[in-house]
Design a protein around this ligand. Structure first.
Ligand code: ZN
Length: 315
């Protein structure tokens, strides 16, 4: 095997198989993986490392182009993995390694860009053990050498590249808008979800329900709001019912983390969901919060959300 030549086709097949495998292992991006789990991948019957052990860029020696990049988890307060590298166009930037464009890792990224090769992005969503959200495929669509970085988009199809649409600015703008939306859906949302669910140990903050499929990562302040950041401090793991109740101001959370139910509902008599699921939670402390204080909801965000609850009118 070692003697066999690494053709472009073989490289592409490796990437395809790796991406398929990751989709399967992560239940289509729903579950983050540990380093050990990522090491389970094999290609042509032999283990093949998909992830760099130390620094971010993985360039297998057999390949010319990089295979994956990674961003380690940083707790709130430190700058978020990619928040500081979102351009004004809403697209994500990935920094070179160091300053030298000719470092092998940087050349490997450039090669992936020039050949439109799909990459895997492992984004850290927690520590002890380190957990990664695999976002794939992503493509590098541009380089900004003066800023020492590449422009990244997550997208399944290779058809849509601003570089190739270069002639028309209308098309470019449309493509950019599309890619910005894709970035949000394919990259920010799954990373936010995994980070929040991990911090809440896969339990609803209000009722302690521990079934991942029934849980959402709720925004405390909606992401349409200027403070609605995609950070764990603006998130809370909530079950589907409590998420909907929170978003529609049936349920509020006081800044001291005590659950409040809209007064008119407290008067109502109905079945078990209303009685136990909602009314009995009134006046109770949240049942689950992140162990690390720094990952708990930020007070100013809770206040904004609680104000909204207090002023909401019954539908
Ligand atoms: Zn719940």
């Amino acid at each position: 095997m070692a003697g066999r030549l690494w053709t472009v086709e073989r490289d592409r097949r490796l990437r395809e198989e790796a991406i398929e495998w990751l989709k399967f292992r992560t239940d289509d991006g729903a579950i983050p993986l540990t380093r050990a789990e990522i090491r389970d991948f094999s290609f042509e019957g032999e283990p093949f490392a998909l992830q760099a052990t130390q620094q971010g860029i993985r360039k297998p020696r057999q390949l010319e182009a990089a295979l994956s990049i990674q961003t380690v988890y940083r707790t709130p307060g430190q700058s978020r993995p990619y928040e500081d590298t979102v351009g004004s166009d809403g697209l994500i930037r990935y920094m070179w390694r160091g300053d030298d464009p000719n470092l092998p890792e940087n050349r490997a990224l450039k090669s992936a860009m020039e050949n439109d090769l799909p990459l895997i992005w492992f984004i850290g969503v927690g520590m002890d053990p380190a957990l990664f959200q695999a976002v794939c495929p992503v493509y590098l669509i541009d380089e900004e050498p003066e800023l020492k970085r590449f422009v990244i988009v997550p997208h399944d199809e290779e058809a849509f590249f601003p570089r190739e649409a270069g002639a028309s600015t209308v098309i470019q703008e449309t493509v950019k808008r599309f890619l910005t939306r894709e970035t949000k859906i394919r990259l920010h949302q799954p990373v936010f979800r995994s980070t929040v669910l991990r911090a809440y140990e896969d339990r609803c903050a209000v009722c302690n329900l521990a079934h991942r499929v029934l849980l959402d990562a709720a925004h405390i302040v909606p992401d349409s709001h200027e403070l609605g950041i995609a950070s764990v401090v603006n998130g809370m793991a909530l079950c589907k019912i409590h998420h909907a109740a929170f978003d529609s101001s049936i349920l509020g959370i006081r800044p001291d983390m005590v659950v409040q139910i809209r007064p008119d509902l407290l008067e109502e008599i109905d079945g078990p969901m209303l009685e136990y699921g909602l009314k009995e939670r009134h006046g109770q402390k949240l049942m689950m919060l992140p162990t690390k204080k720094i990952e708990r909801p930020r007070a100013d965000l809770l206040e904004i959300a609680y104000e909204r609850f207090l002023h909401a009118k019954p539908a």
